[in-house]
Design a protein around this ligand. Structure first.
Ligand code: ATP
Length: 744
């Protein structure tokens, strides 16, 4: 990075836009630029412009009294201007500025009315952001980046603590210190906020406590209300369920009983039919039938008597005929002799011969037996013989046969008649039996009918009772549905889903209990809950805020501790290295002698840079801390110096320059403007100064306002500034050959 050019317009003596280009020739980007010119021509105004554009706030450091003193005030030939503007151009190809541009242009513009703007590449920025950007690149507006005329020995005149600021610049901790100061401010603000929040919380707490107690009561009552609501729902659910169950049961019972009555009635109807069948009419009919049968029976009996009488008569006739035939058939008994037997045997023999080859007939066997009986008895019966007898017998026998037949027919008829009589008796008996049975059954049926009628009466009574119950239940259901509609927005289906195994009495008791509990908390206003909730939310918010802030505070403390550690390490390193460099440069400038830096402990304020912030309200008491100061001890060759005031003007300049070189060599700034700091050096010392400067210019871009030829000789670029009768500064470049030839 290097300073490419500066554009000054309306700033102090530069009434017209003036450009000083520092980019040099060839590869040399650093080098030395000398600004030369007569006294009062405006050389220092260039350094003022540079100091101003990079954020100087102190008008005194810019050699003015009022802010508008930096704006061209006018001259005899040119009117005053309304605004001053300065731009510096940096090459940022190595991205030393942490922005994505190869060129960074910083502009400051101020108007007479006090409007003051900072711009980076034409975008408005705050001073703090500008300072942060510059400090990233090692550019500080104070200390040794721009050393003004007369400020050379400022470091020697400063207090030990103020000197530390130079060391801080060189140690590169200014940026960290800025951040530290910012963190301290944030810490302070955070602490204040925590205090405010905690005080607010303390204010809220008592009210919140009271509200919470009340809100808890309300919440309790709301819970009770909810429970009560649920309980009532349950109560109604149980009641509705009970009624509907009873209705179902009742309806079922009613159906059953109606059915039963129907069955009973049907049975009675059937029994009535049966009763008809067993009625007196029916029996009377049967009795008439019996009478008919008995008449038939009597006719049969008469018939039988007649037949028996005929039969008896025939029997007598038959006996008489038989007697007659017997008379005719009377037989004579003769003795069995040999002749008889032989004749018999002879007839058998004859019969047997006829039966030869055939089985012996029984008749013959029987006749043989009869013969044997006759032989044993010694006698036999012989029939009477004669034609007349036989004829008589024949007639008689014929009559007998006829009579027998007639007797047989008669007997059959009697038999048939008897059978019919028996049958008639049986019929009569059967009808009588049936009649008896019918009579018995008639009574039984009557009894059954009575019983059934009694059952029907009983059932009817029960049915009436059930009907009554049905109506009552219906009315009960209607009432409860109406209640549900009024109390629960008619959500009857929801209610039906509720299951409960509790009985109505228990539920009633629970409802009464909740009602009683509600009575106890009823007097508190419901808005308390909302109030309490809002206050609690506020309190919780504050609590969270306080917690977050405390966390931030801890983080800030940690960051500050960390930054302090870094600062300490860097400062220690810088102190040692710069002390050595100072000693070396001192010896070089004085051709001997000794010089050293010493750290001394002091109680003082932190941060010399705090004045760079606008609205600085740091609490000085809070920022006090134990700190170090810087003491300078020098002894030019052969001299013993107790304090720096003993040094001559030149010695003071040489000592200051030695320290400045030490600081620059330890931490070379990108550029430095040295405004006639070598003014009171003799030629030899100016020569030494120039040579050292030339060496240092390989790391730092130097711009010098000078009258010294020794210094001009080392210049790579030379600008001349004049102010003629127009009374504003004009710049022209000077040919280096002229300088080298001793023109200036
Ligand atoms: P020296 O060599 O004596 O140190 P110099 O070249 O450094 O002189 P400067 O101090 O830069 O001179 O310039 C001073 C001149 O600037 C004065 O003549 C002064 O009138 C002029 N000047 C300062 N402020 C303004 C302003 N606001 N408007 C016009 N001119 C101004």
């Amino acid at each position: 990075m290097f300073l490419q050019k500066i554009e000054i317009s309306g700033f102090k003596s530069f009434a017209k836009k003036t450009i000083l280009d520092f980019s040099g020739k060839g590869d040399s980007k650093n080098g030395v630029t000398c600004v030369v010119g007569p006294n009062g021509s405006g050389k220092s105004n260039v350094s003022d412009a540079l100091r101003w554009v990079i954020g100087e706030k102190s008008i005194k450091n810019l050699r003015g009294n009022k802010k508008e003193d930096v704006i061209f005030a006018g001259s005899s030939s040119k009117a005053k201007l309304g605004c001053a503007q300065v731009s510096v151009f940096f090459d940022n190809s190595n991205k030393q500025f942490d922005i994505d541009y190869n060129q960074v242009v910083i502009t400051r513009k101020v108007y007479r009315d006090g409007e003051n703007n900072y711009l980076i590449n034409n975008s408005k920025v705050k001073l703090f952001d500008l300072i942060s950007l510059l400090s990233q690149a090692g550019i500080g507006h104070g200390n040794y980046t721009i050393v003004n005329q007369g400020m050379t020995d400022k470091i020697l005149l400063s207090s030990p603590l103020e000197r530390m600021s130079f060391l801080e610049d060189a140690a590169g901790v200014k940026d960290i210190q800025l951040k530290k100061i910012k963190s301290l401010r944030r810490m302070k603000k955070t602490k204040e906020n925590i205090k405010k929040i905690e005080s607010l919380m303390r204010e809220i707490e008592p009210e919140l406590r009271v509200l919470k107690i009340q809100a808890r009561k309300i919440e309790k009552s709301q819970k009770i209300r909810k429970k009560l609501f649920e309980k009532r729902k349950e109560y109604f659910a149980v009641k509705l369920n009970g009624i509907e169950k009873s209705q179902k049961k009742n309806d079922l019972e009613l159906k059953k009983i109606e059915n039963q009555i129907l069955i009973n009635q049907e049975l009675i109807n059937k029994l009535q039919f049966d009763l008809e069948k067993t009625s007196n009419d029916c029996i009377n009919k049967q009795n008439k039938k019996i009478e008919e049968i008995e008449k038939e029976k009597r006719d049969l009996e008469n018939n039988r008597y007649e037949l028996e009488r005929i039969g008896f008569k025939k029997e007598i006739e038959l006996k008489s005929l038989v007697e007659k035939i017997k008379e005719l058939d009377k037989e004579e008994v003769v003795l069995v002799d040999r002749t008889y037997i032989l004749s018999k045997l002879e007839s058998f023999k004859e019969e047997l011969s006829k039966l030869e080859g055939k089985p012996v007939g029984k008749k013959i066997i029987s006749r043989i037996r009869n013969l044997l009986v006759e032989i044993q008895a010694g006698k036999t019966v012989k029939k009477k013989a004669g034609k007349e007898v036989d004829a008589k017998k024949k007639v008689l026998r014929k009559d007998l046969e006829k009579l027998k037949k007639e007797a047989e027919v008669n007997a059959d008829e009697i038999g048939n008649c008897k059978k019919l009589i028996i049958k008639k008796n049986q019929q009569i008996q059967k009808i009588n039996q049936e009649n008896r049975k019918k009579q018995e059954s008639h009574l039984e049926i009557k009894d059954k009918i009575r019983r059934e009628q009694f059952e029907i009466e009983k059932a009817d009574k029960y049915k009436k009772h059930l009907k009554l119950e049905q109506n009552k239940l219906k009315q009960g259901q209607k009432d409860i549905l109406e209640d549900i509609k009024n109390n629960f927005n008619g959500k009857i289906d929801d209610l039906r889903k509720i299951f409960s195994n509790k009985n109505l009495d228990d539920l009633k008791m629970e409802i009464e209990k909740f009602n009683w509990q509600l009575e106890q908390v009823k007097e508190i206003d419901n808005s308390v809950v909302e109030e309490s909730r809002e206050l609690q939310e506020k309190y919780d918010f504050l609590k969270k805020e306080s917690k977050d802030l405390k966390l931030t505070l801890r983080e800030l403390e940690e960051i500050i501790i960390e930054m302090e550690k870094t600062i300490k390490i860097k400062m220690k390193k810088a102190f040692q290295a710069i002390g050595k460099e100072f000693s070396d440069y001192f010896k070089l400038m004085f051709q001997g002698g000794s010089a050293e830096l010493e750290r001394i402990k002091i109680n003082s304020l932190v941060g010399e840079n705090k004045n760079i912030f606008e609205d600085d309200d740091l609490d000085k008491e809070n920022e006090k801390e134990f700190n170090y100061g810087l003491e300078i001890k020098v002894n030019p060759p052969g001299k013993k110096i107790n304090n720096l005031n003993m040094l001559s003007g030149g010695e003071r300049t040489l000592t200051s320059i030695a320290l400045l070189f030490a600081l620059i060599s330890y931490n070379p700034p990108p550029f430095a403007f040295l405004d006639e700091i070598e003014a009171n050096l003799d030629e030899s010392n100016a020569n030494k100064f120039s040579r050292i400067l030339k060496k240092l210019s390989n790391k730092t871009q130097f711009i010098l306002a000078t009258h010294s030829r020794e210094v001009m000789r080392i210049a790579d670029i030379l600008y001349g500034i004049t102010m003629d009768k127009d009374s504003y500064s004009k710049v022209f470049s000077v040919r280096l050959e002229q300088v080298k030839q001793g023109w200036v």
